[in-house]
Ligand binder design. Structure first.
Ligand SMILES: Cc1ncc(COP(=O)(O)O)c(C=O)c1O
Length: 298
């Protein structure tokens, strides 16, 4: 699935560091840390008329990622919310909108890796675009397991939501070459970690399973699914899951803010059914409740 350019996004306003700029003028310096070393953290947010889905959790993860990377001059949650509201208002957006929220370590005084060269404070970017769910959640997606491993904590902790996305991009390239929608990534032990841009769940014998968050992003949509299952007496368990278990699951689905809940209908050429009744129940629980997880900006 290749996203298309939406003409509605041609003249959007983007918030960069201290204010709004038209899309064509919205840019960071060539000395910015994101250019120099992918030295930035980010969140993907989805906007409904009721507000931003799980906003507090996203802002907490952004703050925690920035703290782990020892950013200084981190904007407060109130400041970030103000910038988001300003951006949405300027673009007249309150639905079908996805926000790429990025915080870079900021501009350096000269090129180099050393964070002490960052003497201009961090740089917040609020890029809001008209972007409905990116996958067709009725037909589902086909995925390919890739040779690229997802980082385990001894390399780069997957709990940091950082902009060093090359592992995941290489996995996506492998899936593209094979004509599939997403790359499935294993951890360094060979257990399933996640897709290149979303988390994975499987349904088997009336229970729902998801890999431990040791080598995947602890996704906020993933946490919402776990919470919904627990509240509705659906058995859910974190587990080490192998590819063979996934091939033989009663159902498999991916979770993420970009696409919400998406059935996986093929893994490495093996068909996965998408009509399992428990899987249907979980998908419906999510779509029926998603707006109750929205938080207004003021
Ligand atoms: C690698 C990866 N996994 C999973 C997710 C899904 O996370 P969330 O549900 O918080 O959007 C994302 C989203 O940014 C991601 O980049």
């Amino acid at each position: 699935m290749l996203q298309k350019q939406n003409p509605k996004n041609k003249n959007i306003q983007v918030y960069v560091k201290d204010g709004l700029y038209p899309r064509t003028e919205a840019r960071v310096s060539v000395f910015d840390s994101s250019v120099q070393g992918g030295d930035a953290v980010w969140e993907g947010l989805r906007v409904y008329p009721e507000g931003v889905v799980c906003l507090e959790k996203h802002l907490t993860r952004l703050h925690e990622s920035a703290k782990t990377l020892a950013f200084v001059d981190i904007p407060s949650k109130a400041e970030i919310k103000k910038a988001i509201k300003m951006t949405l208002d300027a673009n007249g957006m309150n639905d079908d909108t996805h926000i790429r929220l990025t915080l870079t370590r900021g501009e350096k005084i000269t090129s180099g890796m050393d964070p002490r060269l960052n003497q201009n404070g961090s740089c917040l970017i609020v890029l809001a675009e008209w972007k409905p769910l990116v996958y067709d959640n009725n037909s589902g997606i086909k995925v390919l397991s890739t040779s690229q491993r997802r980082n385990a904590p001894q390399y780069l902790d997957s709990k940091i939501h950082h902009n060093n996305l090359l592992n995941n991009i290489i996995a996506k390239i492998q899936a593209n070459v094979a004509g599939k929608d997403a790359g499935l990534m294993l951890d360094d032990r060979g257990f399933v970690a996640e897709l290149n841009g979303s988390n994975l769940f499987m349904v088997k014998n009336g229970k729902v399973f998801t890999p431990y968050a040791h080598a995947c992003l602890p996704g906020i949509t993933r946490a919402t699914v776990v919470e919904l299952c627990q509240k509705n007496n659906i058995e859910i368990e974190e587990q080490d899951i192998t590819l063979s278990q996934l091939y033989n699951a009663d159902g498999v689905f991916a979770t993420g803010t970009m696409g919400e809940l998406t059935p996986v209908v093929e893994i490495d050429g093996r068909e996965i059914k998408k009509d399992d009744s428990l899987q249907q129940e979980v998908l419906q629980l999510f779509s029926g409740n998603i707006r109750s997880f929205c938080e207004p900006l003021d």
